[in-house]
Design a protein around this ligand. Structure first.
Ligand SMILES: *[C@@H]1O[C@H](CO)[C@@H](O)[C@H](O)[C@H]1NC(C)=O
Ligand SMILES: *[C@@H]1O[C@H](CO)[C@@H](O)[C@H](O)[C@H]1NC(C)=O
Length: 365
């Protein structure tokens, strides 16, 4: 598993922290399944504390080792997650940066606006990070976009807004391709095949649509048993079998994505005026979530047990996502942290963990 060239480069590197980071994330990169011990060993490997405000949303590229963030300081920042380095920062003073997601291209993203949200607002922008250009504006929403996702298979994307609509778009076309009107705060997500999408609405109802014929209405509706709170985030597991819901009253549920049955549910500490994000691991076996008391938690879904809880070191983590193909997750408040396995039995990992420890202590003081 240990690659000698990486060892060499670690020893000779003038930047021990990022090279060691690369080494540590590579160690377990070929994983197909995680185990409790690896999940428990996760700890902070890199810290970015120069944001001028809260991080509103973040997204990983599906194939490349890239992360994009949108922050209250109007910045959009692109990171290389293999080396824990920032690649590019752009500022968006006119529109702000609220929800963000990658397109299929590694340097193009869709970003929703925070400012000037009148009836003719440029509420969504298709941005090129490569040359800092806006490739297209998408008009239609009359309020803030609270949920945004890109189809995993083609140029379609979806946005859910506080104006009580979900809009379906094509990256290549200015005009909206479809509208769903509904009650409450709409939250949207595609499944991993892009053939089905889920929309959460008022009363905790989850409706499933066929992407090719959503105009015919939902083909299935689930109610999250007993919980009428609004769902503020939906994610499908990679195998498509499970759905993860986070509600505005701080509950996290894992549902069977076919039958809608609740597989497990967890309660978090309340987080006034802010929503919390939870994430599946890529193997769909664990859920990791933030909490209102500034901790992070990991649960084993099959065993329905908590396997770990950590001090986030950054207060309430409102953004949390596990990287698609790595043993790594990111948690963010107004500080962005990269979490990686901290396996002290491998002496090579020691310099990096010492370094990360020093960094995490620095900003909690
Ligand atoms: C994307 O794929 C879905 C499902 O096959 C299809 O309904 C939709 O029209 C496609 N969108 C684009 C922009 O090609
Ligand atoms: C939450 O928002 C309400 C109303 O906007 C405000 O009165 C309250 O102080 C806020 N609470 C926190 C913890 O920020």
């Amino acid at each position: 598993m240990v690659v000698p060239t990486l060892l060499l480069c670690l020893i000779s590197s003038s930047q021990p922290s990022s090279t060691a980071f690369l080494f540590k994330t590579r160690v377990a990169m070929s994983l197909t399944e995680l185990d409790d011990q690896t999940v428990r060993s996760m700890s902070i490997g890199a810290v970015f504390s120069d944001f001028g405000g809260k991080i509103n949303s973040l997204d990983f590229h599906r194939k490349d080792d890239l992360l994009i963030t949108a922050s209250e300081d109007d910045s959009v920042r692109l990171f290389d997650i293999a080396t824990a380095k920032i690649l590019k920062t752009t500022y968006h003073k006119k529109h702000g940066a609220d929800r963000i997601c990658f397109t299929h291209h590694p340097s193009s993203v869709i970003c929703s606006s925070r400012y000037n949200l009148d009836s003719n607002a440029e509420s969504l922008r298709y941005l090129s990070m490569y040359d800092n250009r806006c490739l297209r504006y998408f008009k239609g929403h009359k309020e803030r976009v609270v949920s945004l996702c890109m189809s995993p298979i083609n140029d379609s994307f979806m946005s859910g807004s506080l104006d009580h609509t979900v809009r379906i778009w094509d990256l290549r076309v200015n005009a909206c391709q479809g509208i769903l009107r509904l009650r409450g705060r709409p939250t949207v997500a595609y499944d991993q095949q892009g053939l089905v999408f889920a929309v959460a609405m008022e009363g905790g109802a989850i409706k499933l649509f066929d992407s090719r014929s959503y105009d015919k209405g939902p083909f299935d509706t689930f109610l999250v048993g007993g919980d009428m709170a609004e769902v503020c985030d939906i994610k499908f597991s990679n195998d498509g079998k499970s759905m993860l819901l986070t509600t505005t009253n701080n509950n996290v549920y894992v549902l069977d994505a076919y039958a809608g049955e609740k597989r497990c549910g967890f309660s978090l500490e309340p987080s006034p005026n802010t929503t919390i994000e939870a994430t599946f691991t890529p193997d769909g076996q664990y859920v990791v979530s933030g909490s209102g008391d500034g901790t992070l938690h990991a649960w084993n879904i099959n065993m329905r047990t908590e396997v770990s809880s950590w001090n986030s070191h950054i207060g309430v983590a409102t953004c949390l996502k596990w990287a698609p193909r790595r043993v790594m997750f990111v948690a963010a408040s107004s500080v962005l942290t990269f979490w990686i396995p901290n396996d002290d039995s491998k002496s090579i990992a020691a310099p990096a963990s010492a370094d990360a420890q020093a960094q995490s202590e620095q900003f909690t003081q």
